[in-house]
Ligand binder design. Structure first.
Ligand code: SF4
Ligand code: MSK
Length: 649
């Protein structure tokens, strides 16, 4: 296997990769070296949508050759567009099914049928109820919560009309959606229609296929994901700034280590309650442990970090690393981003993998099915399983690597911090952008992908953006990569920011990089962008803002759905790694350039981190120029010495 230091910028991961090598264990990193990607599939021009194929529509070998067509006659651009929007449908369905589960839990909680769940944020409930035109005056909280839950659940099966949360978007944006005919109707409807239109012999016009992809992606961002975020805030509390720690060093040698991994906080919130109960702590002590240490991986980690400050053991590529420490007594998983490989790996160490969702079972795992109606008892059973496994530990190797950071910056909290409790407002942010102290806002989101060095591109891109005066907001595994560097500590601002950005961070008490939560919480960024438009002075639409989205190390279909809902909402988006339609020049040109005319912005692809930073800054500056607020500025370039400084703890 290649030098571990080339595979990851994270010291704890490098240490565990060396251990994996010594103990001859397979990881996603080693499997990446053995599994070369199929270049035809990776470039989006392999169609297997019917049994006449699969058809591989590789470009003509020489000039004058006829372009290949599928057996049904499909062209490369149609196949690439179909594959692209099927990725959107996959991503949208994942986020949205998450949202559906939260809506169902809220209904149960409101009816008093889900012990342990209750409305925690009444103000947020009233705000959401108002947006959904639900009567609130003189009504008990439970009644309002029931109406909100039912109305949100109905959005999944809505057949006609406009998705209610879409009405939150700026007026100019809604008009674009209406003109293009892509204002989403029901969430499930858009996913189903996308699958139908891309099956053999239906939609055979590239642009029309992409339009439906946009409607499906918008149903995710302004639908399923937004429902998940809003209702989770109501049930579990809206996040506020909170300190925590990250990396494998948060595991404790003398405590029961229980890791929650996956996406939905419905279970992890209950596990947290159980793990903190005296009954469970006593049981752990009886087994010789000093206590119970709960930590998270992936987006579940982001959810319980944001609301409770629970430490994060690592991001998606560290799930196997955590097991390799030999210190994880149980890893409880629900849905999304859980590698099947952890089942087999757990057999070589003592870790118990516990699956909990009927939607996500795996071999070599114990299944303890989770139901909201009996959540506390099930959570206790899971915690007990971890406790009982504590005495079975063998050799333990916990890397002594962890970093402090501050998370929990949702859009309401940013609003409050900027303006204070009595004059909460985005005005100071907009003014900071207008007077040039903040060059622009960049949302850096998405996954890790072992096809590129783990965490390294996130860290380089974000550090350079900050050095060039950009405020960065982050979610998902990307946020966890950067949390390891110190850039998410308010006190770091003086060392890494230019004067203008530093003044704002210092005055408001924020770091230059804000952790905004999990993948579904990208919907918070949509609201923050909308608030900036409504505040005034930066144009009439999201497409006018000096704000860009970026996913440097993406891998999931969910990232494509997120990227596309940002583009369809008016933001430019830059992706790294691989461009999924690169086998069709026509489809790629359309997504990277052609759609600008319709949406006011487009996708961009740039895998090289240096060029990615240059592209992000030039996109921001072009918007500043159009707004008439472009001051002359040199780009701060990072040399090798500065790069070395970016090594992660
Ligand atoms: Fe081939 Fe057309 Fe079938 Fe796709 S739908 S596999 S291009 S015949
Ligand atoms: S967990 S979707 S690897 S961000 Fe949301 Fe991380 Fe990407 Fe999964």
């Amino acid at each position: 296997m290649a030098d571990s230091g080339e595979r990851s910028a994270c010291e704890a991961t490098i240490e565990m990769l060396q251990k994996a090598c010594e103990e001859d264990q397979s990881t996603a990193f080693s499997r990446t070296e053995k599994m070369k990607p199929c270049t035809i599939g990776a470039s989006g021009i392999c169609c297997k949508n019917c049994a006449m194929g699969p058809c591989r529509l590789t470009p003509p070998k020489k000039e004058g050759d006829e372009p290949k067509r599928g057996i049904c006659g499909a062209t490369a651009e149609v196949v690439a567009a179909r594959n692209f929007v099927r990725m959107i449908a996959g991503g949208s369905s994942a986020h949205s099914d998450h949202g559906r589960a939260v809506a169902e839990t809220m209904i149960l909680a409101a009816r008093g049928e889900a012990e342990g769940y209750r409305v925690k944020d009444r103000i947020k409930l009233l705000e959401v109820a108002a947006d959904l035109s639900i009567e609130v005056a003189d009504r008990p909280v439970e009644e309002i919560a029931l109406d909100v839950g039912e109305k949100c659940l109905a959005m999944f099966g809505q057949q006609e009309g406009e998705l209610a949360f879409g009405w939150r978007a700026p007026e100019a944006r809604k008009e674009i959606w209406r003109k293009l005919g892509i204002f989403p109707r029901g969430i499930d409807r858009e996913v189903v229609e996308t699958m139908h239109r891309t099956s053999i012999g239906v939609d055979q016009e590239m642009e029309n296929i992409i339009l439906q992809g946009s409607r499906c992606a918008l149903a995710d961002g302004w639908g399923g994901s937004m429902i998940a975020t809003e209702l989770q805030d109501i049930l579990f509390g809206t996040p506020t700034a909170i300190k925590s720690k990250i990396n494998l060093g948060v595991l404790e040698e003398d405590q029961v280590n229980l890791i929650v991994h996956g996406h939905e906080p419905l279970l992890s919130e209950m596990i947290l309650l159980a793990a903190r109960s005296e009954k469970m702590i006593k049981k752990a002590e009886e087994k010789g442990a000093r206590g119970i240490n709960l930590a998270g991986i992936c987006c579940t980690a982001n959810e319980i970090l944001s609301r409770h400050g629970i430490p994060i053991a690592g991001n998606v590529l560290q799930q196997e690393m955590a097991i390799l420490t030999g210190a994880v007594d149980a890893m409880v998983v629900d849905v999304q981003c859980i590698y099947q490989a952890i089942g087999e790996l757990s057999q070589c160490y003592h870790t118990k993998i516990i699956t909990t969702s009927p939607k996500g079972r795996m071999p070599l795992a114990e299944h303890i099915e989770f139901h909201e109606s009996d959540a506390i008892a099930i959570a206790e059973r899971i915690v007990e399983t971890a406790i009982d496994n504590f005495p079975n530990r063998g050799k333990v190797d916990i890397p002594d690597v962890s970093s402090d950071f501050t998370g929990g910056y949702d859009h309401e909290y940013i609003n409050y911090m900027l303006g204070g409790r009595f004059r909460a407002s985005y005005r100071p942010l907009n003014d900071g952008i207008i007077d040039g102290r903040i060059r622009g806002v960049v949302g850096v989101v998405g996954c890790n992908n072992p096809r590129v060095p783990h965490d390294a591109i996130h860290v380089q891109v974000v550090s350079e953006l900050v050095a060039n005066g950009c405020l960065v907001v982050m979610t998902g595994c990307a946020a966890q990569a950067v949390a390891k560097t110190g850039l998410m500590k308010p006190e770091t601002a003086k060392d890494v920011c230019p004067q203008g950005l530093y003044e704002i961070c210092e005055a408001v008490g924020i770091p230059p990089v804000l952790h905004m939560g999990s993948c579904v919480d990208n919907s918070r960024i949509l609201i923050a962008l909308t608030e900036m438009v409504k505040e005034g002075g930066l144009g009439d639409d999201i497409s006018d803002l000096p704000a860009v989205g970026c996913a440097p190390e993406w891998m999931s279909e969910k990232a494509i759905s997120i990227g596309h809902y940002f583009v369809a909402s008016g933001a430019a988006v830059v992706f790294g790694v691989e461009w999924p339609t690169s086998g069709s020049q026509e489809c790629t040109d359309y997504l990277l350039e052609g759609i600008f005319e319709q949406y006011g912005n487009s996708w961009h692809y740039e895998p090289d981190p240096d060029k990615m930073v240059a592209k992000l800054l030039s996109l921001i500056d072009s918007k500043r120029d159009a707004l008439g607020i472009l001051g002359k500025r040199e780009r701060v370039l990072f040399d090798m010495a500065a790069r070395r400084e970016l090594s992660i703890d």
